[in-house]
Design a protein around this ligand. Sequence first.
Ligand code: 5GP
Ligand code: ZN
Length: 111
Amino acid sequence: MDCLFCKFAGGEIPVEFIHESENIFAIKDINPQAPTHILIIPKRHFANAPELAKNEGATLSEIFMAAKEIALENGVESFRTVFNTGADAGQTVFHAHLHLLGGRKFAWPPG
Ligand code: 5GP
Ligand code: ZN
């Protein structure tokens, strides 16, 4: 399967992991939308967050716990977490990933 995040997970394309466990890894977003913009990604391939939840709920939980930890490591106490699911929601990489965004004020509702 031609999946960018599977290639990151498997080391086929090198990228700096800022956090890693048996099940997940985290990288800086290449096109940051906030001073802190990190992607937290399951190592195994699931097309989106609901698929991850259905098949590997413990990993979804681990992703959110890692988000809090990584935010605090970056001096961020107030943060936004986003899973885009589907192209109309802005998903462009169809391997589940949580966006962790912080370091600025965010508007609501989102655009
Ligand atoms: P999505 O649009 O699917 O919710 O999020 C995909 C994210 O992956 C985008 O924020 C995009 O900037 C990021 N991204 C795409 N290609 C790369 C890459 O090669 N390296 C890194 N670090 N991030 C990437
Ligand atoms: Zn994948």
